[in-house]
Design a protein around this ligand. Structure first.
Ligand code: GAP
Length: 509
């Protein structure tokens, strides 16, 4: 059995089976926007619900053995524009953008890889970051008059001096001098609130969900019984006008985030930072991304975001990552940057007063585990995609039972009158507790193939024996092994499998 994963195949399966579609598909799509179809919505909701459960409903036990406290908010996407000045987004949420005057293409300067001849002779050759090694070698040979790649060293376009830019052959052209100098491009989408479209009515769509948490810090403290240390969680849409959206839903212009802001005393930061890194590892492992597939990057100081003094990026080997990894989540120590800024810009005191010691007023420090929900869905899809030439579908989606969009399918062997009513009875019973499918059409092989492709872990088939002895066939997705169980035991069987989670299917994965 082989398991090559190709992004093109995953994208095709997502469309064919109704996980994810290009937004405005019938109009040819719109770059950087995607719609979740029936199964993608279930999958996303499963990941979202597990995060919310782990954070807000049953948060972990803290390092001292007592349960910790986290509450949720659901804040507006559009907030007072002053809040984005305070957070640094209006001034600094920029990406360096480069245009090609000939191809009319636009690139992120820090994504363009530039090959510079080691001997200093000849043009610099830029390549698209998505190009594979063979393409790069071919391009370099062709444009350098036969030199091999070993004669070049690499940098990224944003590292070049102005006078070097003229000498660069852009990624999609054959002559040097067509790329512009990088320009800073603010990634926030804007609109106008109200009828007048003037600067005074200009508003922004939030580029990260955490903003609404900081803005409500005082409201939550004043209205709830939370005490530092505690957390505020939020899941929702964020918008970034990415210069180059790419890799399916990995980098899109509209996406969802799952963010926790954990407020604590400065002296406790190292303890909580480690605690949250461990909790987040457990989460990804539980939803089906084994730790062996993740890489943990302690982000170098010079690459940290303006608010962070330490960040660990959780990186996953997506099918387009080659030998490398790409970011799935970041756990950051944001200090008290945000509360300090909002206090200063709003003029509202945001200091927390320890209720046991009315003297002690302070702005808590923040640990922020910030995960992409849309990116998490892509990681689940990528991890689940399993090539198996031994089955008619050629592929199955190895979701954990908890993440699978459909937990089970009920399949009457034939559309005969005596199979269908029993199937309907089982379906109506199971759907009270589980998201299940009743599929009556086509031959059984085709229906198994469809369920394999959508990642349904269990299929229950109703046949003539069911009429005789009330037993059904259970087919397990990964092994394709079949056994018979009594119809009355199906709900218990499902409960047991759901409880076992990823372990229910481990042996066959
Ligand atoms: N509040 C911190 C923050 O927003 P970030 O690293 O910019 O940090 C956090 O984003 C997570 O949001 C990323 O790890 C990624 O999973 C997701 N994310 C960021 N930009 C995205 C985009 N354009 N498309 C999809 N997901 C994105």
């Amino acid at each position: 059995m082989t398991n090559q994963k190709d992004m093109k195949d995953i994208v095709a399966l997502c469309k064919r089976r109704g996980f994810i579609f290009p937004a405005s598909d019938i109009y040819g799509g719109i770059n950087g926007f995607w719609d979740f179809g029936p199964l993608g919505t279930e999958l996303k909701n499963n990941l979202r619900d597990r995060w919310w459960k782990d954070m807000v409903i049953t948060p972990p036990i803290g390092p001292d053995g007592t349960p910790i406290e986290i509450v949720g908010v659901d804040s507006a996407i559009i907030q007072n524009p002053k809040s984005w000045e305070a957070s640094g987004h209006i001034g600094g949420f920029n990406d360096p953008m480069v245009d090609c005057k000939e191809s009319k293409k636009r690139y992120r300067a820090d994504h363009i890889v530039v090959y510079m001849p080691k001997d200093g002779e000849g043009h610099y050759i830029a390549v698209d970051p998505d190009a594979d090694e063979a393409e790069i070698e071919k391009r370099i040979k062709k444009l350098s008059g036969g030199k091999s790649i070993g004669n070049f060293e690499t940098t990224t376009f944003d590292q070049l001096e102005s006078e070097q830019i003229e000498n660069v052959i852009g990624p999609d052209v054959k002559d040097a001098g067509t790329l512009t100098e990088p320009r800073q491009f603010n990634m926030m989408f804007h609109s106008y609130a109200g009828a007048a479209a003037g600067e005074e009515n200009k508003v922004y769509l939030r580029p990260e969900t955490c903003a609404g948490i900081f803005l409500n810090f005082k409201n939550v403290v004043d209205s709830s019984r939370v005490r530092v240390p505690f957390g505020i969680a939020q899941i929702g849409k964020a918008f970034r006008n990415e210069v180059t959206p790419r890799n399916f839903i990995f980098r899109s212009r509209e996406f969802e985030q799952m963010e926790l802001e954990w407020f604590c005393e400065e002296k406790d930061v190292p303890m909580w930072f480690d605690f949250w890194v461990e909790q987040r590892k457990k989460f990804w492992n539980d939803v089906g991304i084994p730790l062996s597939k993740l890489h943990f990057l302690d982000v170098p100081k010079n690459e940290l975001a303006h608010y962070s003094s330490r960040t660990i990026d959780f990186e996953y080997q997506f099918p387009f990552s080659g030998e490398g990894y790409d970011e799935l989540e970041g756990v950051a120590h944001r200090g008290n940057f945000d509360l300090t800024q909002h206090q200063e810009f709003s003029g509202t005191k945001l200091e927390y007063m320890d209720p046991q010691d009315n003297q002690n007023r302070f702005l808590p420090h923040v640990i922020e585990p910030s995960a992409g929900l849309s990116r998490g869905v892509l990681a689940l899809l990528s991890e689940a995609y399993t090539v198996d030439e031994n089955r008619p579908s050629g592929v199955y989606m190895n979701f954990t039972p908890e993440m699978a969009p459909k937990k089970a399918a009920i399949l009457p062997l034939t559309a005969k009158e005596d199979h269908v009513p029993l199937a309907q009875k089982l379906y109506l019973e199971l759907r009270e507790e589980f998201v299940v499918d009743l599929d009556i059409k086509q031959n059984i092989g085709k229906r198994y193939a469809r369920q394999d492709e959508i990642g349904t872990p269990y299929c229950f088939t109703i046949d003539n024996d069911t009429i005789a002895d009330q037993t059904v066939t259970v087919r397990e997705r990964n092994t394709m092994a079949q056994e018979r169980i009594h119809m009355d035991k199906v709900a218990d069987f499902m409960r047991d499998k759901m409880r076992k989670g990823a372990d229910a299917l481990k042996k066959a994965a």
